[in-house]
Design a binder for this molecule. Structure first.
Ligand SMILES: NC(=O)c1ccc[n+]([C@@H]2O[C@H](COP(=O)([O-])OP(=O)(O)OC[C@H]3O[C@@H](n4cnc5c(N)ncnc54)[C@H](OP(=O)(O)O)[C@@H]3O)[C@@H](O)[C@H]2O)c1
Length: 337
């Protein structure tokens, strides 16, 4: 039974997948279609990509149900939306597999820390939405006595990376939840796979500035994951060499580990949403002469930002080459005042 339980048969099955609109999630959606799923329920924010998946599915006789949803909003609302979507999916076909793949990387601010906005967003997307989706899937599967849940974690959850402390912490949370769910659900016929990948080529990893050893394409990563699910594996680590290296690192004394990890230190450039958030906070703060009350601490870049005062430079997220089109929005925000 160990490591081989509740294998997934993709042909004719129903798969629910979050983060289906980019990188690994999109590759997983395509892999599911190519293996002949009957119903594919995809969640993301990009309506155009969701629509493309719907047409691709229709062309091969697969019903594709789409949910366009931003997980970075009121948690109760996101749960309600997910609940009604899962009910819609279940009315078409009961899910055989639920994959929680949506995730965001986190970026350090000028003070070298991930700020309150990043904490809120990373927990909302990486933890809250994933756990909620897995719970909803588990409830349906446990009732039926069959199914598999899949969590996309990261090798970053196994080591403390200064450049991505918050990201690693959210993924650690998922590892722990997956392990607990596995032991709780096994007697009810439901398996849980925790995928712990290294670097995957995607829009997310394109923002990692530093070494990205043994990086895999999203397609290769998706094939490995789907193969592991077909075998009913509980855990999947890849690339294995990097996993073993990290495990060996964790056996070293902390000071030695920190020294070695410096060779792999990397910075994560902000994504569009974070850049937009910082530009908005900045514009608001500058127009008023100071950051708005109650907002200053979570903007990550108030008018009194000590980094800015000292260097006269904008933090990483403010640099125009990272998110040029949002500069236009800032101009628009400033004009009426
Ligand atoms: N890339 C790597 O090197 C790597 C390594 C280990 C683990 N992972 C994990 O693999 C998973 C997929 O990552 P990826 O590399 O494919 O990244 P990606 O290309 O940035 O895709 C992330 C997915 O999550 C969705 N998402 C992000 N924020 C969201 C929000 N607020 N609400 C709803 N959906 C949201 C995105 O939707 P949009 O398309 O709308 O943005 C997208 O579909 C993540 O869980 C990530 O942590 C990645």
């Amino acid at each position: 039974m160990l490591g081989r339980f509740a294998p997934v048969t993709f042909k004719g099955s129903c798969v629910v997948l979050s983060g289906a609109t980019s990188g690994l999630g999109l590759a997983l959606a395509r892999e599911c279609l190519s293996r002949g799923v009957k119903t594919l329920a995809v969640i993301g924010r990009n309506a155009e990509v969701l629509e493309n998946l719907r047409s691709a599915g229709a062309a091969q006789g697969c019903t594709v149900l789409c949910l366009e949803c931003d997980f970075n909003q009121d948690a109760a609302l996101v749960q309600e939306i997910l609940k009604s979507f899962m009910a819609r999916v279940a009315a078409v076909q009961l899910p055989d597999l639920v994959i929680a793949c949506a995730g965001v990387s986190t970026t350090r601010g000028a003070d070298g820390l991930e700020d309150l906005f990043e904490i809120r967003r990373a927990v909302a997307v990486n933890v809250l939405s994933s756990m909620s989706l897995l719970y909803l899937g588990a409830a349906l599967m446990a009732k039926r006595g069959r199914g598999r849940l899949c969590v996309i974690s990261s090798l970053a959850s196994l080591v403390t990376l200064g450049s991505s402390a918050l990201y690693g912490a959210t993924k650690c949370c998922l590892n722990s939840y997956a392990a607990a769910l596995r032991s709780e659900l096994q007697s009810r016929g439901v398996g849980v796979t925790c995928v712990i990948p290294g670097f995957i080529r995607s829009p997310m990893s394109a923002r990692f500035k530093g070494r990205r050893p043994l990086m895999l394409s999203a397609e290769r990563a998706a094939t490995r994951i789907v193969n592991a699910l077909e075998m009913g594996k509980d855990e999947l680590y890849f690339p294995y060499l990097l996993y073993v290296g990290i495990r060996l690192l964790t056996l070293l004394p902390a000071f030695l580990r920190r020294v070695l990890l410096r060779a792999f230190a990397f910075e994560v450039l902000p994504d569009r949403e974070l850049s937009l958030h910082k530009l908005r906070s900045h514009a608001h703060g500058e127009v008023l002469g100071e950051a708005p009350a109650g907002k200053a601490e979570d903007s990550g870049f108030s008018a009194h930002d000590p980094f800015r005062a000292a260097s006269g430079k904008a933090p990483l997220g403010m640099q125009p080459d990272v998110c040029t089109e949002t500069n236009f929005k800032v101009e628009t925000l400033r004009r009426p005042l």
